[in-house]
Structures are given as structure tokens and as C-alpha cells.
Design a protein around this ligand. Sequence first.
Ligand SMILES: CC(C)(COP(=O)(O)OP(=O)(O)OC[C@H]1O[C@@H](n2cnc3c(N)ncnc32)[C@H](O)[C@@H]1OP(=O)(O)O)[C@@H](O)C(=O)NCCC(=O)NCCS
Length: 201
Amino acid sequence: MDVLLQIPEIRTPRLLLRGWRPDDGAPFAAMNADPQVMEFMPAALSRQESDELIHRIQEHTRHFGFGLWALELVESAAFIGFAGLSRPSFDAPFTPCVEVGWRLATACWGKGYATEAAEAALDFGFNTVGLCELVSFTVPANLRSRRVMEKLGMQHDPADDFDHPKLPHGHALQRHVLYRIDRANWRRHEASRAVRPRQPA
Ligand SMILES: CC(C)(COP(=O)(O)OP(=O)(O)OC[C@H]1O[C@@H](n2cnc3c(N)ncnc32)[C@H](O)[C@@H]1OP(=O)(O)O)[C@@H](O)C(=O)NCCC(=O)NCCS
């Protein structure tokens, strides 16, 4: 695995968003083999497929200058998953676009980590990369992920719902919901968060 990765590190109150390291391979593979984590993906991944995914993530970052960060808990330095930005590699009515995405180990669900990491990714996308809009998508049944999108201030218009072109016609996971946020709405969302009292960690 290549350790030379130029993605900038970002620190949030509880997380470090950083480049991928060789020792991420084993915990990432364990996550990608977990049926609960992969419930809304076409299939769980083998160790080799998981390593290939890290390679593709790194290639994406080299190519575009942004990508999916490895997530580490500040408190323990444990690897817990990924979050960040990626360019979907398929054609759809809303592409080309940049997607914000996330995948965490189940032991870390329900603590607000995905939202905390995604907020940093949105901030990076809008304020550093200079993007005008970000999207996110998932299957309708993935309520956890949809809730993260909603907490980020992303909006769902059913007119944007689509059949994922990489899945065969009739596949149970083919239908997807699309959420969007533009830079102006992100700034409004950030401003409203700044005046709202934060939940204790
Ligand atoms: C989606 C995922 C990243 C969420 O991570 P997380 O750190 O638990 O997310 P957060 O804690 O920031 O927010 C989760 C929200 O979903 C809510 N939630 C949890 N289970 C839920 C359910 N069954 N129905 C509705 N909402 C639910 C939580 O209550 C929380 O909202 P709240 O803060 O308003 O209470 C994580 O579940 C995951 O990795 N899933 C598998 C991979 C995946 O689906 N990735 C997305 C593919 S598009």
C-alpha cells in the first residue's frame, strides 16, 4: 500500500481525518466484511477487495486533490472507518458531481462521528476545494445514512431519485434517494449550528 498521500489532515473535536496508512488495511477489511456495515451495499468485501478499495481511494485523491479520509479517534488513535468526498464514476442526471460519503465500524455508530466527520468534509469541499454543490445518495431504507444527510442540512427532492446505473435492472438495491446541498445553504446551516448549543460529547 502506498503511504505517500497528500490529502490534508483535519482535526475535529473527536476525530482525525487523515491519509491512509498500511495498518488501516486489517481493520478496514474487518469493517467491509461485516454484514451489518454492508447491509445496503451489493456485497461484503474480501480482504483483497478491501485493499483494492483503499488503492482506488488513494488514486482518486491523487487525481482530484480530494477524497475519502481515513478516520481515527483522537482519544485512542483507533481507525474507525472513512468519510469524505468522491466523484461518482457513473453517469446519471446529476453527474458530474461530488459526493460526500461515510462508512464506520459498528462499534462506533450512534455517537455522532459520521456527522462530525462529514461536517469537516463539507467545509473542506465548499471552502477549500471551492465546490458549488455536494450530493449524497443511498438506498431509501438506509435511514441512518439519510439521517446524517438531514443533520448536515442536505435536502431530498423525490424528483432526483434514481436507479443506480451500476446495479442490474431489478436489483433490490437499485433505487436510490439523492440529497443535495449548495454552498449558500451550507453556510446558512453552519451559521445556525454556531448559535445552537452543542450536545455534550
Ligand atoms: C451511516 C453511518 C455512517 C452513520 O454513522 P453514525 O456515526 O452512527 O452517524 P451519526 O451518529 O452521526 O448519526 C446517525 C443518526 O441516525 C439516527 N439513526 C440511527 N438508527 C436509525 C434508524 N434505524 N432510523 C432512523 N434514524 C436512525 C441516529 O439516531 C442519529 O441521528 P440523531 O443524531 O438525530 O439521533 C453508519 O451507520 C454506517 O457506517 N453505516 C454503514 C455504511 C453506510 O451505510 N454508509 C452510507 C452509504 S450511503
